[in-house]
Design a protein around this ligand. Structure first.
Ligand SMILES: [Zn+2]
Length: 106
């Protein structure tokens, strides 16, 4: 496993912001901007069904799937949501634990 903390390649700052871009008929994107020098740092394309927004709840997850054109059995989706929620929480604990051990959680 590799855990990396994203850093601005221009000024070295770790103060970054994620800007979510949604356009019709296009995969959602996250544009990462450095808040220090204001430069573009990175762009991520979000896979279909790949977006999980913690503490937004099941209704928000359903709206995301519907936006992606994914219509499944509600019961399956609720179970899927709970699995995704749990796995995201575990991954969050793992990566923040690694960064903390490496002294990179500033
Ligand atoms: Zn920068």
């Amino acid at each position: 496993m590799e855990v990396h903390r994203q850093t601005c390649q221009i000024c070295g700052s770790r103060k970054l912001r994620n800007i979510l871009l949604r356009e019709p008929k296009t995969a959602d994107k996250v544009i990462v901007q450095c808040t220090e020098c204001k430069e573009l740092v990175a762009r991520y394309i979000i896979a279909k069904g790949g977006y999980y927004h913690h503490a937004k709840g099941y209704e928000s997850y359903l709206r995301g799937l519907t936006r992606d054109g994914d219509f499944m059995n509600a019961r399956i989706m609720e179970n899927e949501y709970l699995e995704i929620k749990e796995s995201c929480e575990k991954e969050f604990d793992t990566v923040t634990g690694h960064l903390s051990e490496q002294g990179k959680d500033d």
